[in-house]
Write a protein that binds this ligand. Structure first.
Ligand code: PNS
Length: 169
């Protein structure tokens, strides 16, 4: 057990693609901690599916969105594969910050947080409650609407909306 002050946190995710909800969580993590690393997971194996966007595209969209919002100081976007706890150890981060939208997120997030605690007892799992404005926003909803030609400007940063239009054109 360590009582070292936590100054560097990781905001992990698949970001397929990054949404305004993710941006809100990153922004709030940066308000609390001086150093934030946004860790973009290589691939989501859930249900045997891959991602819609490549790792490079997802990293690029995140960097573009942060740049456009002037959110660059103390924030870095880094791709990763493998275990999140190992990534945090390698980067010297003391905590993981994630957003919680609704009770539906809770069970999944608790399971991941518990597993991470077993593997890395000193790594803190920190949750911020989603801004109610973005409680319904998810990457899968964004992909679904965009794939059907719907407008997603109210769900994602402008550079992402542009990229989605080109992707599904
Ligand atoms: O955006 P998501 O899908 O909620 O992100 C999930 C992510 C990437 C944070 C999670 O799947 C993860 O930590 N993956 C890395 C592999 C790992 O460490 N697995 C064990 C923790 S359950």
């Amino acid at each position: 057990m360590t009582s070292e002050l936590c100054t560097h946190v990781v905001v992990p995710g698949t970001f397929d693609p990054v949404t305004l909800g993710h941006m809100d969580v990153i922004h709030r993590a940066r308000k609390i901690f001086p150093q934030v690393t946004v860790a973009v997971a290589e691939s989501r194996r859930k249900h045997g599916t891959g991602t819609e966007f490549t790792l490079e595209e997802r990293v690029d969209m995140l960097r573009g969105a942060l740049q456009d919002d002037g959110l660059t100081e103390g924030i870095e976007v880094v791709p990763f594969s493998g275990l999140l706890v190992e990534f945090c150890k390698e980067h010297g981060a003391g905590g993981v910050v994630k957003g919680l939208r609704a009770t539906t997120d809770f069970e999944y997030e608790l399971q991941q947080a518990d597993l991470n605690t077993y593997m890395a007892p000193d790594l803190e799992s920190i949750f911020v409650m989603s801004n109610p404005k973005y409680g319904y926003v998810s990457s899968s909803i964004v992909r679904e609407i965009a794939a059907m030609g719907g407008d997603v400007d109210f769900l994602v940063p402008p550079n992402v909306a542009k990229r989605l239009r080109a992707h599904y054109a």
